[in-house]
Design a protein around this ligand. Structure first.
Ligand SMILES: [Fe+2]
Length: 354
């Protein structure tokens, strides 16, 4: 039986209490250590899908795709052609499952890789999200994925507050360990994947073309990563309206097009788009651990208490109380004490100010 929790976990101050924290996965832990990330190298998987010809049909049945919004694009609005051609869709979330997504959701080799990466017995697939990208001559943002905690997630806690919780290292007891795989469908121009397996302060690694039918399985919540520029590069980054859509054309050409108000702004065969499938699964050392942890949920009141105890120890004037949980300025105030790391040698992002 694999034993993912190694003896001799580290001891640190947690909200004023001495607690022993387990060490996961042996040397090069995938688990974060306070504000110092210490990810380990993801597992590369190749020729995952027996019939890659199936893939375009699954993407087509779930079209159209819309430009990225949310965290990276809080200001997107209107019909101005300002969104890069980074299209996305949720395929599996909560009780929704897109037709054909099972090919990815329950892939036996991916489940086995997740068990291997974490030396864990229980892998519970949770979500699938897909991206389609083209003609973006800058990188995507270098980032770690948004964390979730038992009792606290995007449905009840602002995302930036969840990130501050992660970077504080104060809420590890409730942190939901998740494996992420990113798998790629096509060989395209550019579109490599830059990642920081030795932590944000060490040089990054790259996964480059040919990438079709390969995937990297690892800890994208603890490991910084970044999409590299995606071709075609001739016209630079093409901007499209936030209300445009990407879908296959019905003209017999086989092309997929970005359309807005009935007009095609860009068209290319599916194989020219950087199509990726992001899969996430919860990880538990054992079924007993999964059952035991399920009831241990973090309340808002406890969240405030833990932050405040630590802030008091730091002689900080800042306090977190229930009336400020939704306050958009709170996470940036917390970031003064619990800053996110900045990864070394990150490429310029399409969302950086010029
Ligand atoms: Fe990510």
């Amino acid at each position: 039986m694999p034993s993912p929790i190694l003896p001799g976990g580290t001891t640190r101050r947690l909200g004023g209490l001495e607690e022993t924290r387990p060490v996961y996965g042996g040397s090069g832990s995938a688990y974060f250590s306070g504000m110092e990330l210490n990810a380990k190298a993801p597992i590369l998987l190749e020729t995952l899908i027996d019939d890659p010809g199936e893939v375009e049909g699954i993407f087509a049945r779930n079209a159209p795709y819309t430009p990225l919004g949310g965290w990276f694009r809080p200001d997107r609005d209107g019909d101005e052609a300002k969104s890069p051609m980074w299209f996305q869709k949720d395929w599996v979330h909560a009780d929704f499952s897109a037709q054909g997504s099972d090919l990815f959701f329950h892939h036996p080799r991916m489940l086995a890789a997740a068990r291997e990466f974490y030396s864990a017995e229980v892998v519970v697939p949770r979500t699938i999200y897909v991206n389609l990208m083209a003609a973006i001559s800058e990188c995507g943002p270098a980032h770690t994925d948004n964390p979730t905690f038992r009792g606290r997630d995007r449905t009840n806690t602002p995302m930036m507050l969840l990130r501050a919780m992660f970077w504080s290292g104060l809420f590890e007891r409730w942190y939901i360990r998740q494996a992420t795989s990113v798998w790629w469908m096509n060989d395209v121009e550019g579109g490599g994947f830059r990642y920081w397996p030795d932590g944000p302060h060490a040089a990054p690694s790259r996964h480059r073309q040919p990438m079709a039918n390969t995937a990297l399985l690892g800890d994208n919540h603890g490991m910084f990563h970044q999409v590299e520029p995606v071709g075609p590069f001739e016209g630079g980054t093409l901007g499209v309206p936030a209300s445009s859509e990407l879908a296959p054309l019905a003209d017999g050409s086989g092309d997929w097009a970005v359309t807005h108000s009935g007009r095609a702004l860009f068209r290319a065969p599916f194989s020219d788009y950087r199509a990726s499938v992001l899969w996430k699964a919860d990880i538990y050392a054992s079924e007993a651990e999964r059952v035991e942890l399920a009831e241990d949920r973090l309340s808002l009141a406890e969240l405030c208490r833990i932050f405040n105890r630590d802030l008091a120890e730091r002689d900080a004037a800042l306090r977190v109380d229930l009336s400020r949980i939704q306050d958009p300025s709170l996470p940036s105030e917390l970031a003064e004490f619990y800053p996110e790391a900045t990864p070394l040698a990150a490429g310029k992002s399409m969302f950086d100010p010029n």
